[in-house]
Design a protein around this ligand. Structure first.
Ligand code: DGY
Length: 331
């Protein structure tokens, strides 16, 4: 009997339920130890599986993708962001790429709001104080922070996640919404949120909170650098749930240390899992470990979305979430 099942490699551990379903689609190799694959191991995976299912921790660059021994024909990324994959190189090697959009919108917007609230209300700092045993009790001027209700948020990248955050901020906290985006949002969305499209300078200079929700690209690399940080108001907070390299982390450490801005809430970093020198010792930054999409429901949904992409590829059907170099949109 001819075994025509294709080889599928999943590079990190996925929710068990989804791995089980993927095993039914082909010869599946999982990563039960859940250690990140080395560059050599990634190269080996590309040369030994028709279908590769990577995540943000797998850097698939041109050198790996264009190797003559590559067997992979389809990359089903577990995640919406795909800046770790050289799409142009993949496509020119004849490899089709897909991601998992839509299903992590709510979870990531929730986490952006969590960071915003934590940063504004000094929640992480307060928690550290209680745990340290040094809290001496309530007093009128203790740990004063900044209100969120009624303030202005500037959203950079008004795609699915940016819009979901805007809805929470506007309808939940009565916030004014400014945004920067390549295109204006739909009129009905703009009306509902009373959202105003502005240029980057106006957004930085007039927002109390700035949230980054754009994809990582050559255009957004270090979009928030020392110059941009100088344009922000001294009481403003910067929130990033998109990708670390949108911020120049060294410049951010300087801006937070000199109180050029009041605070920051970060879920993503330039060199994960490493942080820029000095970031960890600052009180006025909330640091989370890239967990924006990290609810069980969402991670299962991401897996199911990747599974649907693999199933379509195997059937020769149109790939639901195909990614090309030109269709990178705001996350
Ligand atoms: C995403 O989906 O982009 C998450 O950040 C994990 O990669």
């Amino acid at each position: 009997m001819i075994d025509d099942k294709q080889r599928i490699i999943i590079t990190r551990k996925w929710p068990a339920q989804v791995e089980g379903k993927m095993a039914a689609l082909g010869h599946l190799q999982t990563n039960d130890l859940d250690q990140p694959l080395s560059r050599d191991e990634l190269g080996f995976a590309l040369q030994n599986a028709e279908i590769l299912c990577p995540t943000v921790t797998d850097k698939l660059d041109a050198e790996l993708l264009l190797n003559a021994s590559v067997q992979t024909k389809f990359i089903a990324n577990f995640g919406v962001g795909f800046n770790h994959i050289d799409i142009v190189a993949a496509n020119s090697a004849g490899i089709v790429v897909a991601n998992t959009p839509g299903v992590l919108t709510e979870a990531t917007a929730e986490l952006a709001l969590t960071l915003l609230l934590m940063s504004a209300r000094r929640a992480a700092e307060g928690e550290r104080l209680v745990r340290s045993g040094n809290w001496t009790g309530w007093r009128p001027t203790h740990m004063l922070s900044t209100a969120v209700t009624g303030k202005t948020i500037g959203i950079v990248g008004m795609g699915r996640i940016g819009t979901a955050l805007a809805q929470r901020c506007h309808h939940g906290f009565g916030m004014r919404i400014l945004y920067c985006n390549r295109n204006p949002v739909d009129e009905s969305v703009a009306d509902d949120l009373q959202a105003k499209q502005v240029d980057m300078h106006e957004l930085l200079a007039t927002s109390d909170f700035v949230s980054l929700n754009c994809p990582a690209s050559a255009q957004t690399h270090h979009l928030i650098d020392a110059h941009a940080l100088r344009q922000m108001q001294p009481h403003a907070h910067l929130i990033n749930t998109a990708r670390g390299n949108i911020i120049d982390e060294v410049a951010l450490v300087a801006a937070l240390s000199s109180a050029e801005i009041a605070g920051a809430g970060l879920d993503v970093y330039e060199q994960e899992p490493n942080l820029a020198r000095g970031l960890m010792s600052l009180q006025n930054v909330v640091l989370l470990p890239h967990m924006g999409s990290g609810t069980l429901e969402t991670r299962q949904a991401m897996g199911m979305r990747a599974l649907a992409n693999v199933a379509a590829f195997l059937q020769g059907a149109p790939i639901p979430d195909i990614v090309t170099a030109s269709n990178a949109v705001a996350k």
